[in-house]
Design a protein around this ligand. Structure first.
Ligand SMILES: [Zn+2]
Length: 471
């Protein structure tokens, strides 16, 4: 039964074509990034050194890293100078000796925080520069290689260490824990390291006039947030342990990382109006952290730490596994805290679903990179809701438990999720999930026979995305 279901699914669900085929590189995987920056807020030029520990799966006489927007002064491979050149958004490296197995690439580069290299997905992604000279990273989905040379694939997780020197009075905040800090009269050097690996799109480095606020979450989890004004952010910082406790109970699994905290990016001058689930340090507009009414936005990015960060996605087509669950849990939070019921929230999305599918867009095959966050993800959460309505609380919980445990610190495809659901769901959920993830028409909603999708009237163009907190 289980095997037959899995076979049936794979037979009818070929993996869709990659949404961002130019990202990432063949022949190796990265194990660790060690990034050193010397920050001068008075210039957009940011010199850095990237030490990249990688493992080649075959003999490589040449290899590529993703890189754009800056310059490269020198590349070494295993301590020896290597020839290199920039080709579009690739750094092509020609080592003195071919590499095979583990190798170390050292790149001395200067990033340009003012470089205009727009994302094909989101014009606001990339460097977010503050008026005072500070900055924040928005790497998702295809801009991390403006920050440092890397294998900018959503499916290549690595450990990160940062050594960031800033002028006295400035603060650096990054993924992981602050493991060292040294101060002189004129400068401070912050060293952060991550215990769990992550994809480049989830890397975060912010430099600004931040105050680091520490605390303790559920089960003794160390908390550390970075905000420009701790008193102003207090309404949200005070709720952080409660958000985490609620998520642990509803998701059924402990927080997956060694620490977490909120990053409040510069105030009203920041261009971005969105949040991002950068691992262990999700970023928000600082002003959004001053208003307790924005709780669902924070819960959304925290839910991503389980879904999308710890259990990552193997391809951008699988983004519903990240956004769908984060939206599901922020809707659930809203429902349990005085907002619309879960059913009312999802009935709205259900009515709009046919119009999206009529454009050839489905949750696990968005077909266009520009719709994968704004439009497709809301309908991904409808899949999660439909699954819950079909199998009920206990089986739903078993599926989530198994999925999060199996793909912890890894990444999954939609087919992987279907296999998990079928293997622990007590029934072949393949055809059900296939219809929801890939079908050209909206399936009936289990448990809600009265729900009727509005027939598509669209003659081109797409309905705007349902209002969504965060990203
Ligand atoms: Zn999201």
């Amino acid at each position: 039964m289980v095997a037959a279901g899995a076979l049936a699914v794979s037979a009818v669900t070929p993996a869709p074509a990659s949404l961002l085929p130019d990202l990432g590189n063949d022949g190796y995987r990265v194990a660790a990034y060690d990034l050193t920056y010397d920050v001068d807020p008075s210039t957009t030029k940011l010199p850095g050194t990237a030490k990249i520990t990688a493992v080649a799966d075959r003999r490589l006489s040449e290899f590529r890293l993703d890189y754009a927007g800056g310059t490269v002064a020198e590349v070494q491979v295993d301590g020896r100078p290597a020839a290199f050149h920039l080709d579009k958004q690739k750094l092509v490296v020609d080592p003195a000796t071919a590499v095979r197995g583990p190798f170390l690439v050292t790149v001395d580069f200067t990033a340009d925080r003012a470089a205009k290299v727009p994302s094909v997905v989101d014009a606001t992604a990339g460097w977010s520069n503050d008026s005072d000279g500070g900055f924040v990273w928005f790497g998702q989905p295809d801009r991390a290689h403006l920050f440092f040379p890397c294998n900018d694939s959503v499916n290549d997780k690595a450990y990160f260490t940062y050594h960031v020197t800033v002028p006295a009075g400035w603060t650096a905040a990054a993924n992981g824990s602050l493991v060292a800090r040294s101060d002189t009269k004129s400068a401070s050097t912050f060293t952060y390291a991550s215990v769990h690996p992550f994809a480049t799109q989830l890397a975060q480095l912010a430099v600004g006039k931040y105050t680091l606020v520490t605390g303790t979450g559920p089960n003794g989890l160390p908390l550390r947030s970075a905000v420009p004004d701790p008193a102003a952010a207090k309404p949200m910082l005070d709720q952080l342990p409660g958000f985490l406790d609620w998520l642990q109970q509803r998701i059924g699994r402990r927080f997956p990382f060694e620490t977490v905290g909120l990053l409040g990016a510069a105030g009203p001058t920041a261009q971005q109006t969105w949040a991002l689930e950068t691992q262990t340090l999700p970023v928000f507009q600082a002003r959004d952290l001053t208003d307790p009414n924005n709780a669902a936005v924070v819960v959304h990015e925290l839910a991503h730490q389980w879904f999308g960060d710890s259990a990552g996605v193997a391809d951008w087509n699988d983004i519903w596994l990240s956004e769908g669950f984060a939206v599901y849990f922020d809707h659930l939070y809203t429902a349990e805290h005085g907002g619309q019921s879960l059913a009312d929230q999802f009935q709205l999305a259900y009515q709009r679903d046919p119009e999206v599918r009529a454009q050839g867009i489905t949750p696990a095959n968005p077909t266009r990179p520009d719709v994968m966050f704004g439009l497709a993800r809301g309908f991904g959460s409808l899949v999660v809701y439909a699954l819950h309505e079909k199998v009920g609380d206990q089986v739903f919980q078993r599926i989530i438990d198994t999925y999060l445990d199996r793909y912890r610190d890894g990444s999954a495809t939609s087919a992987d999720f279907i296999k998990v659901a079928t293997s622990v769901g007590g029934q072949d959920l393949g055809p059900f999930l296939h219809d929801w993830l890939y079908g050209s028409t909206t399936p009936p909603m289990p448990g809600h026979p009265d729900w009727t999708p509005k027939p598509s009237t669209s003659a081109g163009g797409l309905p705007g995305p349902a209002p969504r907190p965060g990203s």
